[in-house]
Ligand binder design. Sequence first.
Ligand code: IPE
Ligand code: IPE
Ligand code: MG
Length: 244
Amino acid sequence: MKWFGLSRVRAVKEKIDWNSPTPKHIAIMMDGNGRWAKRRGLPRSAGHYAGMQTMRETINMCHRNGIDSLTLYAFSTENWKRPKDEVDYIISLVGEFVQDTNVQELNENNIRVFFIGDISRFPEETQEAMRKVVGLTYNNSGLKIFFAMNYGGRSDILQAARSMLETNKGKEITEEEFERFLYTGQNPCPDLLIRTSGEKRLSNFLLWQSAHTELWFTDEMWPDFSEELFYQSILDYQNRKKRA
Ligand code: IPE
Ligand code: IPE
Ligand code: MG
């Protein structure tokens, strides 16, 4: 994460009117870890490691600023096509995230963790680690984090359609009813979707859920996402809402 002078961060933060609309649910496509590493002559794994530190700091920023929900695109259904050692390394970072000290910090901050996506494709010990952190944070009532792991918007819609047909045989199908079967369930859809690294695609993220979401892009690579950019995205969101 890039740290700018406090005054620069404060200058952006002070422009936000917290009594006017601010995003309650933020979704982030944490993109650009590989390019960040390449530019420094480092292996891609170094980019993923740095990205994970930025992710932790971003979780804390959301917590400190009273954001309700944060959805993080961590691994897409397409990411299995990457070299096996890269996939294995990304998966191993899950183990790193669920270390006791980190889970303790989540609990101290009253943060509840969820996973969205088909996690059954991950190794049994990884699934175990995921279930463990979900269980250990189950009673927390503050910030909700949804980690999208082996998540794809299309497969989300398909799995929802399949389970709805199974459960609601012959019943009328409405948007509200359908939504209940998506991985995100009855949680509100994201208000703001951030993608780093200059790419301007949805890459199969939250296709149904982003129907009315404000999209916000930055050229910075994910490991360089900063507090200043975080506040800038909220300020831009607010200015768009004021114009609407
Ligand atoms: C995003 O960074 C992280 C994951 C997909 C897990 P990338 O690994 O896509 O980095 P770039 O886009 O190749 O730079
Ligand atoms: C999207 O980034 C997935 C995540 C951030 C986890 P990708 O780098 O995988 O997407 P594409 O390949 O640019 O569409
Ligand atoms: Mg990428």
